[in-house]
Design a protein around this ligand. Structure first.
Ligand SMILES: Cc1cc2nc3c(=O)[nH]c(=O)nc-3n(C[C@H](O)[C@H](O)[C@H](O)COP(=O)(O)OP(=O)(O)OC[C@H]3O[C@@H](n4cnc5c(N)ncnc54)[C@H](O)[C@@H]3O)c2cc1C
Length: 431
């Protein structure tokens, strides 16, 4: 008879390793199964300032500092507005969120998080894929397989799905739903010899809006740069050449970005991810939980994925600990947990769904105009708090954000023709 763990976690990315570490610290026996071997490639290299307290809590901040490059700001560039560039420095956020974040190679970040949870006593195994789960028995039965095809069974009182985009439980429960409001796809790759900004700005993320969507440029510590294009699927359907050539041609559509790549070379093949926006209609049951991308993913534009994954894991650890230690009804706790996760995602969604709209461009890109004006500064600081990952329960930004949203509507009214054309385009592509 295999041992019964208190908790079994599917997936050893940021969400899985965070919840496993925190539950092991609380004295629970935890088993984590990861289908790959670390270090392994993963997209999602730009982090948020609010990741820093989470790294501190896990005791890995120094290690993250050693592999990361500091990102003091998010820089927005537009081909669509008269003002070409605006920079949002995290030090200007409304609350006291950290003044910088990190850009990291995920192979390195995820490996250090994985080794950290092993050090904390988690039975964390690599090369083991969970194939199915029996949710109906009181001790959950988890079927898994190693790379040689050998089958294993694990038993646990509580199950956490942190399997990322594989969405193991949501697939099994048939609860995964494509996001009808957002249908973008991404092509990305790593480049050598891309020109960086200078001084303190060298580690900033650059975002470029263009006619087919937007492009990220993320500098990494080893000199490489991650570049990805997030486009409407119709544009991707026009591809006739290889993925590599298509990525390079797309970059050439933006003159300033193209110049930064004058001497650059693609390092390894480009990759693509389509239909990445989804949500599960079920987040939890009495003795199971879906966290991070296993529950939902919306969009990479505000670099929120890793933060949301680790934050839901941190709150999830509190919930699982209380459920395992109590004999009473936990429905209220579960409801509160679900609400907090949904609200945190929602804070980003308002901006994500409007990110490509002319009205939001104009507002974001004009935030430096008359930047000495205290009202404008307040609005910009509130937006920076969202970009830093500090929107949830931040009462200081509620009013400024409301004012920003009203200004957005005013902008739509003032530039009705342009915004109407954009709304029509979105409805044509089914968003
Ligand atoms: C194009 C794109 C760009 C992005 N850019 C950013 C960014 O700049 N910043 C950011 O913060 N986020 C970004 N993200 C999002 C980010 O990648 C994810 O939100 C984040 O990795 C979620 O962490 P997680 O732990 O939930 O899942 P993951 O990191 O995906 O980890 C899940 C783990 O589970 C394992 N697994 C899967 N199935 C099984 C199974 N059956 N058995 C065992 N193990 C299994 C996987 O191998 C994996 O290691 C981006 C996403 C996309 C699509």
């Amino acid at each position: 008879m295999p041992p019964v763990f208190d908790v079994l976690v599917i997936g050893g990315g940021p969400a899985g390793t965070t919840i496993a570490s925190l539950l092991a610290e609380k004295g629970h026996s935890v088993c984590l199964l990861e289908k790959m071997h670390h270090p392994r490639f993963h997209i999602g290299e730009s982090l948020l300032p609010m990741n820093l307290p989470l790294f501190s809590r896990l005791g890995v901040l120094e290690q993250v500092d050693a592999i990361g490059i500091k990102k003091y700001a998010a820089e927005f560039n537009s081909l669509k507005t008269s003002l070409a560039q605006d920079i949002f420095y995290f030090s200007k956020a409304t609350n006291n969120s950290p003044a910088f974040a990190y850009q990291v190679r995920r192979s390195e970040l995820d490996e250090l998080l994985f080794r950290n949870c092993q050090k904390k006593g988690v039975t964390a195994l690599e090369g083991i894929t969970v194939t199915s789960v029996d949710l109906h028995s009181s001790a959950k039965k988890i079927q898994a397989m190693d790379e040689q095809g050998k089958a294993y069974e694990y038993n646990a009182r509580y199950l956490v799905d942190a399997s990322g985009r594989d969405t193991v439980l949501a697939q099994q429960l048939q609860s995964k739903q494509k996001n009808p409001k957002h249908k973008m796809a991404a092509i990305y790759g790593h480049f050598d010899k891309v020109t960086r900004r200078t001084g303190k700005d060298a580690g900033n993320i650059s975002i470029y809006w263009f006619q087919h969507g937007w492009i990220w440029l993320i500098p990494l510590k080893d000199g490489m740069t991650s570049i990805g294009c997030v486009c409407w699927p119709d544009y991707l359907k026009t591809r006739l050449d290889s993925l590599d050539d298509f990525l390079l041609q797309t970059i050439k559509l933006i003159p300033e970005l193209s110049q930064r790549l004058n001497y650059a070379q693609l390092d390894g093949p480009a990759q693509a991810t389509g239909n990445y926006s989804y949500q599960s209609s079920i987040m939890s049951g009495d003795d199971f939980l879906l966290i991070g991308d296993a529950y939902a993913f919306v969009d990479p534009v505000f670099s929120s994925g890793v933060y949301l994954a680790m934050q839901s894991a941190t709150r999830g650890a509190e919930l699982v600990d209380q459920v395992l230690n109590s004999t009473t009804d936990n429905r209220l706790l579960i409801k509160q947990f679900e609400q907090s996760v949904k609200e945190e995602i929602k804070a980003f969604c308002w901006f994500i769904y409007r990110f490509n709209s002319p009205a939001l461009h104009k507002l974001l890109m004009s935030s430096d105009e008359a930047s000495q004006h205290p009202v404008k500064q307040k609005l910009k600081s509130a937006v920076i708090s969202v970009l830093a990952g500090d929107a949830y329960n931040n009462s200081k930004i509620k009013l400024p954000l409301l004012a920003f949203k009203i200004l957005y509507l005013v902008n739509i009214a003032l530039e009705f023709k342009e915004n109407w054309a954009f709304a029509k385009f979105k409805s044509q592509i089914g968003e």
